[in-house]
Design a protein around this ligand. Structure first.
Ligand SMILES: Cc1ncc(COP(=O)(O)O)c(C=O)c1O
Length: 478
């Protein structure tokens, strides 16, 4: 049993925020460890001479971000899932003369990816399936190429051969309308969003994001001083009617919404494009994992439906190749091209020519298409095993959201609360099964109860046992 954590309030401004930040920092630097209890809300409120609501707001915010979970009748505890976030490398805030701007306090540290036995986490691809030998050949070829060995910088848009290869590849596989001149190579999706945000949005401008939604872009936008507004997602994708006024851009994952797994329907896509036109806004379309498709006709990307140059399409090689490559791209409308080139240039001149030239060679030789075809068949099988298991063995607890794309499935809890699901995930973690809970991805809305099951990392042969262990956690007592 640990002693109750002590919060000290100095000023009287933003008291909830101060309580939230102190506890959050303590969790991240491990003064509070997974499973540790927080002081009961009423007690803390009394000790700090603040209202009960002040403490409740702080606790709810910590719960929504997955730092703590409440167990009915027994209190609030540091979430076991925080182990996935890992300790903040810098440790406690140091007392040096130089301090970061306060905005960085609100940005969570990078997640760590420790090895677990039954790994259903999302956002990871199976590196054991990667064709390392043919990739090494492409890298060796690139090492000898003139561009790689030249002593001058390349164009900020990226290596020409790779841009040509991507324009051709995305034209065939996704119907993207683009020439090599429209492609800008970036260090993954994340940098594409960074340069886009800098070019499109000033501090204080608003961007709409899906709620629930993928975290890193949201934190990036906030760090740039951009106002982030969560907009709900239903079975048809982003609820366009809920978009507020005065928003300059919308960031969406229409092919395979992260984390809910729904595909944005055609009427919603059309409504979103019409909304952007009426509101003079940009649409950023993140198509991060739709190369893996297991049935059904793919819907046209927003970029393809867009007749007015309002959509910027963003793609990544983190799932199809390896996330460590840090290669992605965006397809720019002509009106943004020059500014985006400048933004990429002032950010880092350009992405590594060696990696770009090797990838261009890999795509041109057909190795990329072969690899995606091969792993798609494997991911398809994993997808099916998990979908069957959820539909068969979890009927009373979970409802699977139908999905035929990507590297994860999502299931909503039928009766359990988000806290109860977090408790299940905590128990599962104790048995070597890692799953992500939906509630972690809430933006403003009340966190939804459910789980995500990724199949990028787990070998096919381990799925049945992993799912069986997870199922048992729904029944066992805490
Ligand atoms: C929604 C979404 N977009 C993009 C990415 C890939 O990001 P990056 O290309 O920066 O690795 C991921 C990875 O998990 C993701 O979940």
């Amino acid at each position: 049993m640990v002693t109750a954590f002590h919060v000290s309030l100095v000023g009287r401004k933003d008291l909830s925020g101060e309580i939230y930040r102190q506890i959050r920092r303590a969790v991240l630097d491990r003064r509070l460890r997974p499973g540790d209890p927080l002081p009961p809300g009423r007690e803390l409120a009394r000790a700090l001479a603040v209202s009960r609501a002040t403490v409740t707001v702080a606790y709810e915010r910590l719960a929504a971000e997955g730092f703590v979970t409440s167990r009915q009748g027994s209190g609030t505890f540091v979430s076991e899932l925080v182990t996935q976030i890992g300790p903040e490398k810098t440790g406690r805030r140091s007392t040096g003369a130089l301090q970061p701007r306060p905005i960085w306090e609100a940005v969570p540290p990078q997640p760590t990816f420790e090895t677990v036995r039954f790994d259903f986490r999302t956002g990871i691809c199976d590196a054991s399936l990667f064709p390392h030998r043919s990739w090494r050949r492409s890298v060796a070829w690139a090492l000898r190429s003139g561009e790689t060995t030249a002593g001058v910088y390349e164009h900020a848009a990226g290596h020409r051969d790779l841009r040509v290869a991507i324009a051709r590849q995305t034209g065939i596989s996704r119907g993207i309308k683009a020439s090599a001149d429209d492609i800008i190579i970036t260090n993954g999706t994340q940098q594409a969003l960074d340069v886009l945000a800098r070019v499109l949005l000033a501090p204080g401008d608003g961007i709409a994001v899906e709620d629930p939604g993928y975290g890193p872009p949201r934190h990036l936008f906030k760090a740039l001083g951009i106002r982030v507004v969560g907009v709900p997602v239903d079975r048809q994708g982003l609820v366009v009617d809920a978009l507020p006024r005065g928003i300059r851009a919308v960031y969406v994952t229409p092919s395979h919404q992260y984390p809910l797994s729904v595909t944005m329907t055609l009427p919603r896509r059309q409504a979103l494009l019409a909304w952007a036109e009426r509101n003079n806004a940009a649409i950023i379309e993140d198509d991060y994992d739709s190369e893996f498709r297991f049935g059904g006709r793919p819907l046209e990307p927003l970029q393809m439906l867009d007749a007015r140059g309002r959509v910027v399409y963003v793609g990544s090689f983190s799932k199809t190749m390896l996330p460590t490559l840090r290669l992605g791209f965006l397809v720019t409308p002509p009106s943004l091209r020059a500014a985006l080139h400048k933004a990429k240039f002032v950010s880092d001149w350009h992405s590594s020519t060696l990696a770009q030239a090797a990838l261009a060679r890999f795509i041109d030789e057909g190795a990329f298409a072969r690899h995606v075809r091969r792993v798609s068949a494997i991911y398809r099988e994993r997808h099916q095993i998990i979908a069957d298991a959820i539909s068969r063995n979890f009927v009373e607890h979970l409802e699977l959201i139908p999905s035929t794309t990507g590297l994860h499935l999502t299931a909503l809890a039928r009766r359990m609360s988000a806290d109860q699901i977090a408790e299940v995930a905590r128990r599962a973690a104790g048995r070597g099964v890692a799953v992500q809970v939906l509630s972690r991805f809430a933006v403003n809305a009340i966190p939804r109860a459910g789980v995500m099951l990724g199949y990028g990392a787990i070998p096919t042969a381990h799925i049945e046992e992993g799912v069986r262990l997870l199922r048992a956690c729904f029944d066992s007592e805490p």
